[in-house]
Design a protein around this ligand. Sequence first.
Ligand SMILES: [Zn+2]
Length: 602
Amino acid sequence: MAIPHQYRIAPTNPAAHIYEVTVTVAQPESAGQEFAIPAWIPGSYMIRDYARHVVAVRAESDGREVALEKLDKSRWRAAATDRALTLILEIFAHDESVRGAHLDATHGFFNGTCVFPAVVGQESQRCDVEIVAPESPYGKNWRVATSMRRDGAAEYGFGRYTAADYAELIDHPVECSALSIGEFEVGGIPHAIAIRGKTRVDMARLCRDLQVVCEQQVSFLGAPADLDRYLFLLNAPGSGYGGLEHRWSSALVCGRENLPARRDDAVSNEYRTFLGLVSHEYFHLWNVKRMKPAAFTPYDLTQETHTGLLWVFEGITSYYDDLALVRSGMISTESYLELLGQTVTRVLRGAGRRRQSVQESSFDAWTKFYKQDANAPNAIVSYYAKGALIALCLDLKLRTETTGSVSLDDVMHAAWQRWGESGEGMPEDGFEKLCIEMSGLDLQDFFNATVRGTGELPLDALLKSHGVDVELRRSAGAEDKGGKSAEDGTLVPVWLGANLAARNGKTIFVSVDNNGSAERAGVSPGDELVALDGLRVDTDTCEKRSRRYRPQDKSTLTVFRGDELIELHLKWQEAPVDTCYLVSADETDDEVAARRSAWLGQ
Ligand SMILES: [Zn+2]
């Protein structure tokens, strides 16, 4: 039997953010052993070249130095040896994101992609890992939270862990700090949440609510056969939002004010945002971590891996994340419709939806969605937000046109059986074919228009058939995310057509909308806004002042482009009707009411 690879990670210098990582290979390849560090991490579709954080690397065998050749940006080859070979790396870790590795005096966090080199050609071998505690004065009260299987380490302790192979090794992020930990069960499976940061959270309530959300999803697709544990790793700083999914865990960042305080029973908007994030990452344990595009089976972590299906794996997940909240009773129908109205608003406000389809957005995620520049609002569409709305339209269309006998729920069940439980990758045309096969409907035009096209989605009629009216209005200002009605007097009558942000005390045009008032006046992204009609303005006051103008009024904008002060002549355009809110229709016949409760599960 092959001897497992022995990995070891030690926070040798927290003040300098340095981990020392070693990997010992018992039987190196006879022609010389290659090692490789991933260029990207599954779930975050951008080349990150984690090997660039390697500060020093060497190899030894039997106590003697072994020659090491660097082959490219991410690979090394050690000279041939017939004894056990050890690679020793010093790695700089100062990326606080869920995709990175970080180490300082207060905590350590890492993804295996950032710190563990693969033993090329022997990736299927078992990987044993020793996670070493930092030396005093660091590490007081630190515990270890990871979904990696323990192999001698005490519960939440430093020590020995193990993973079935390299793919699994890099799928278990690890957090080491003075953690708050809560535990609960979902269908008899142990679940936990480990929180870094000073939160003063109501842990009992948090666990109760997470249990409700997770149970809803387990009851939907059924617990995967290999799901015997699950861990939410949460970093709760002053502000932030994001997550990364794994098979047995997820790494989350969410502001500490989003967490429930003691003696607080309502679901605040902030807490709803957190629950939506949790629900999203948990749904991924089916959709993308076990059922995945054929292009990801297996992952090629050396280069971009293109698929047009991210709208299925992120968009449908974004549809079910909030839907699980209303179906589980965690939020009301009204609250759910508010969230949906905000998603519609987000999509409507992005002019890029008329230029790029979600299939193109999926395919080009690597260089566009993940590398957004000043022109992004004009050029790209989010496969998350528009993908969620396509999922909604598809669900409601299937329900309506099959008179309730087939829904997106049924398609997801069948997809899970076909590609999730089998582990076979979903072909690029697999999802659409399955929808057509299951419903017996001709859905070609629907997919051409919504997934490959850039027209408007048929939201009005489909929501109407489920007792929900779509209402549109103008924006009430920069803070207005939609989802709710607004008083007439609060609406902004004119449209600047640009996004402003405060940067180092300056007010900068970060993006300029195609055909908006600003673009027609000659504003460029990067211009510094100084004055509007001779009065100094910033992000706040510019919006306030703009409420005094009417369409066709003329203004002078004073801006710095570089160090040159220039005057631009602007004609105000009418504000677009780009803000959506949804309302339950007053008079709903029984059939419509039945359709709505079947959809929302109430
Ligand atoms: Zn996601």
